[in-house]
Design a protein around this ligand. Sequence first.
Ligand code: GAP
Length: 479
Amino acid sequence: MATDNNRFQAIISHCKEYGFIFQSSEIYDGLSAVYDYGQWGSELKKNIRDYWWKSMTQMHENIVGIDAAIFMHPTTWKASGHVDNFSDPMIDNKDSKKRYRVDHLIEAKADELEKEGKKADADALLAEMDKLLAANDYEGLKKLIEDRKIKCTVSGTGNWTEVRQFNLMFSTQLGSVSEEASEIYLRPETAQGIFVNFLNVQKTGRMKIPFGIAQTGKAFRNEIVARQFIFRMREFEQMEMQFFIRPGSQKEWYEYWKEERMKWHLSLGIPKEKFRFHDHVKLAHYADAACDIEYEFPIGFKELEGIHSRTDFDLRNHQEYSKKKMQYFDSEINQNYIPYVVETSVGLDRTFMMILSEAYTEEDLSTADKQDSRVVLKIPPKLAPIKLAVLPLVKKDGLPEIAREIMDDCKSHFRCFYEEKDTIGKRYRRMDAIGTPFCITVDKQTKEDGTVTIRHRDSMQQDRIPATQVRELVQKHIG
Ligand code: GAP
């Protein structure tokens, strides 16, 4: 059984063993902080993405979605401030040559202090760090690291360089080398694809403020400390929404979206106490207010989603750099203005990790006669990779044919899985391990009275129901 400390490792191993997540290019020893989603991981990820998309677009009449390209004109990133500001203070250890993000290094020390029962000291350290970061005081940060005797985890020494800024964007060349090649960036956030399309969508969709544009897609960051599985990756996926509003109304909409997004997370059945808001002390270059929704991962409370009041920073800068007007005419107040924006930005991979962290359960099922246990993923049925497993008890006597008929009735409505190999107990356990909420067994009695056994994943309770009711029952639970 996994203890609290090794629960995270147990989840990582489970992901690999059951086809959720693999190290990228594993046959070549992998690529650091890059991961591939396997057959069940990609289904779960798609279900989370679809659930977010539906709740943002279909459930909000004033929000529409787009799908912008990853490559964007390089000036985009000048206008957005990413070329000049998208960097983190870093420090290198001179002996190991390992580079660290300064805040991560200090936070790790604070975690250590907290584990030793020195909570007040840990809080004081973090408060001091926040103050120095807000003041861009790099000398002060280095001194703090030295005074606190923070050591490199590889060399074990405190032989540090100065603190420096390090840009996180990846760049590449557009066009062949012989042509006039131009340097472009892999987008570090999806949001800019929304900003540059603001007028296209507003005009063609005849959108009236307040309205939102949603998007999901890949983003890329050359993360320095990237060793927490899918929590911090170099290629990851975001689900972002920019909400365009009248200037001056940003406080009200910021509060609205904080609450709305918290409700979304709670709708996944996760207890309230696993979440908290964390207000940013040092604001990003574009924000006038910002907070994170943090979730208590097995590695502690960490950022899951950012809610940012981005003012008119992005649209104003795009207007300046592109020389195209980013104005909106508000007929209600008879005024032209550049809209303000409140953004919600959640990591798809982090949401995936949250769902797995909540779902992963090890159960001891031992009885007086027999030792037994199971690992079950209690994924909300609406997100589960497979909704229904159809299992003929034996591979003969016409049972596979009946099972196939049930598959045919259900598979165009939701993801089903058919399996006839191994004992029924082993098949149930395999389905538990990938989070399938329902299994039905077709047996001799099915031939007599048309009923099947339906087994519920979490309770392991089994009921007898008519085969004709299977589809409806599953649909009721995943709706
Ligand atoms: N457009 C605003 C923006 O990108 P952010 O706080 O930098 O804001 C938003 O990122 C979310 O994207 C984060 O809350 C996190 O869930 C996810 N995210 C950011 N960097 C990530 C990384 N390296 N790996 C996985 N997810 C990441």
